[in-house]
Design a protein around this ligand. Structure first.
Ligand code: SF4
Length: 542
């Protein structure tokens, strides 16, 4: 109740209709309320006259303990109702690592996890959408009745209308699902059955629905038609002091590791007039406006992503060393004392020499800064293991083996220490976390049983997840896995160019040959120019 009292709702609410929908962010409140996608989809449902919408979040850790111990119950945020009271539970999932939280949430809500266990019983319809889902929903396909693939502004109202119409026509859940499957962008996993060969690769996907077996990912053409900005303000959100406005969707640069540069194609910008109007409105609420978009960077971070010029060509970063050095120089000249440099490690085509180049580039940045005789405080090298993402040219590439990543990090640490005498800080993300992220990014629906095991054991901590995944791997190797797949199959295996990928049934409007040609260009260190949506039609999105 205290949280509700501390919120300021910036739009007019209405009493709501008969369809009871609970929109769930599968992580804690302060993260959910900082997520514009979650706020937007909640608002869309709430704006529907036929819907009475509520919210729910993954409880904070102490509440989770209490729920597990049976001394508390998971209820919706506004009305405090049990989740089983709703007609529809709608997950908004931005990050694939939150897939595990979806299961944890269902378990705490007293809703059977598997679709098959809910069949014919009076449970809410469980649906899911969000950017993680439209890259690859398969790891949670056995737990969700229906996915909405793509951007929700037009699709969610169509879904609500179809639901209302179907309720008037039939009380039967199965028949209703058939009606809802007609909404463009709807994916009903029950209609799709993957077939695997002896090696575990998908050889075909049997479809038993009545429509097209390709799911059309929805996208809105004109961002100006919809306002995507902070709708509910609270200081508790991680961006509590800001009013957030979405400036663009997608990215023109096409870095080959980055999902945002491919999944939202073609790039769309909000018009300056609309942006200014929204920012003006925001300034009446907060003194800081946060622009949201893949090309925006709110913190003082320089992101060369790769140390060597060669690797920046491989990943299509379109940034030269001169440009990076002058960007850092400008920041220091502007009075920025602490610099953060963002790099990835374990990228396809990367060698040890490329990793050493990270240290050399950082050294040059530090040198330039000192030449300006400005005080330079801390220089931090933030290092993240490469995680291959669906719908990018690197979707076929594996994550590099954790031992090899550790070796490269040690190499870099030694070189940085030798060069800077300790004035450069290295902040390296654990490859163990990246391993889990890759598993849920690249996994097929068999990964669901791994998530089920983690959630049944109440495992949430990244270290404990890693430990359990290693245990599963050993069990599978001994033939004692009880049907669980080897996690390495999805993480450290190179997917074949002609292999059916778990997410291939989605039509993202990007030619597969285009992604493959981008992958080849990476090998030959050839760059691709940024998108020119006025004349280019090459990838299929425009
Ligand atoms: S068709 Fe060309 S401009 Fe349009 S998204 Fe694809 S590469 Fe970019």
């Amino acid at each position: 109740m205290e949280r509700i009292a501390n919120e300021k709702v910036l739009y007019e609410r209405h009493a709501g209709g008969d369809i009871r929908v609970c929109v769930v962010y599968p992580n804690i409140y302060r993260l959910g309320m900082a997520n514009l996608g979650f706020q937007a989809v909640y608002h869309i449902f709430e704006s529907e006259r036929r819907v009475a919408a509520d919210r729910a979040f993954l409880p904070d850790p102490d509440e989770r303990e209490a729920i597990r111990a049976g001394s508390a119950k998971l209820v919706s945020f506004e009305r405090g109702d049990p989740l089983t009271d709703f007609d529809i539970v709608a997950f908004s999932i931005s990050f694939e690592t939150d897939y595990l939280n979806v299961l944890t949430f269902l378990r705490m809500a007293g809703i059977p996890l598997r679709r098959a266990e809910r069949e014919g019983r009076n449970y809410p319809l469980i649906i899911a959408g969000g950017s993680a889902v439209f890259l690859n929903p398969e790891p949670i396909a056995d737990f969700i009745d229906m996915f909405l693939i793509g951007e929700g502004e037009e699709m969610v109202p169509e879904f609500a209308a179809a639901y209302e119409e179907s309720c008037g026509r039939t009380p039967d859940g199965r028949a209703r699902l058939e009606d809802l499957a007609r909404v463009e962008g709807a994916y009903v996993p029950e209609y799709f059955t993957p077939v695997y060969d002896d090696a575990g690769r998908i050889t075909q996907v049997d479809y038993r629905g009545a429509l097209d077996s390709r799911v059309n990912r929805r996208l809105i053409k004109d961002l100006d038609r919809f306002t995507t900005a902070s709708l509910i303000l609270t200081q508790e959100s991680v961006f509590g002091d800001m009013y957030l406005v979405e400036a663009s969707r997608g990215c023109q640069w096409g870095c080959r590791f980055c999902a945002a540069g491919f999944m939202y194609r073609p790039i769309r910008y909000r018009s300056p007039e609309k942006l200014i109007a929204e920012a003006r409105h925001g300034l009446s609420e907060r003194s800081v406006i946060g622009l949201v978009g893949a090309e925006m960077d709110r913190s003082v971070t320089v992101a060369p992503e790769a140390g060597s010029e060669r690797m920046r060509k491989v990943i299509n970063k379109n940034l030269t060393e001169i440009e990076i050095l002058s960007a850092a120089q400008m920041l220091v000249a502007g009075g920025v004392e602490n610099l953060k440099l963002y790099f990835m490690i374990g990228l396809p085509e990367e060698h040890d020499e490329d990793v050493i180049e990270i240290a050399h580039l950082t050294g040059k940045i530090l040198e330039r800064a000192r030449e300006q005789k400005k005080h330079v405080g801390r220089v931090t090298v933030s290092l993240n293991p490469f995680v291959p993402k669906p719908w990018t040219p690197f979707q076929w590439d594996p994550m590099e083996d954790t031992q090899s990543i550790k070796h490269k990090v040690a190499l870099l640490r030694a070189e940085l220490g030798r060069m800077s005498g300790g004035s450069i800080e290295l902040d390296a993300e654990s490859p163990r976390e990246a391993y889990f992220q890759t598993l849920v990014s690249r996994g097929d629906r068999r990964v669901g049983s791994i998530l089920e095991r983690l959630s049944a054991a109440g495992i949430e901590d990244p270290g404990a997840i890693w430990h359990e995944l290693r245990t599963i791997k050993s069990e599978v190797a001994r033939g004692e896995g009880g049907g669980l797949p080897d996690p390495d199959f999805f993480v450290t295996r190179h997917y074949g160019n002609n292999e059916i990928l778990p997410w291939d049934f989605i039509d993202h409007h990007i030619h597969k040959w285009f992604l493959l040609s981008e992958r080849k260009k990476a090998h030959y260190e050839h760059q691709t120019k940024p998108c020119d949506v006025t004349r280019c039609t090459v990838c299929g999105a425009c």
